[in-house]
Design a protein around this ligand. Structure first.
Ligand code: ZN
Length: 75
């Protein structure tokens, strides 16, 4: 009985840890990723601060999400 209980807890822990790690790496990738600047279309848009993205090419600053920015793509 005790063994079964332990396994359940361990299983849940692994699941939770995996999700957390996955999410963390995704956020980290987003923070490091360069994005397309809506102004000059160069891939130099970087996260300058939380919710603020700045283009290293033309200096364009955009307010986006804390971890991601979704430039309006209307073609
Ligand atoms: Zn730019």
């Amino acid at each position: 009985m005790g063994k079964k209980k332990k396994e359940t807890i361990r299983g849940l822990g692994a699941k939770y840890g995996g999700t957390l790690r996955k999410r963390n790496s995704r956020v980290f990738k987003m923070l490091k990723a360069h994005r397309e600047c809506p102004s000059c279309s160069s891939m130099k848009l970087r996260r300058a601060a939380t919710g603020i993205w700045t283009c290293g090419s033309c200096g364009y600053t955009i307010a986006g999400g804390a971890f991601d920015v979704t430039p309006p793509k209307r073609t």
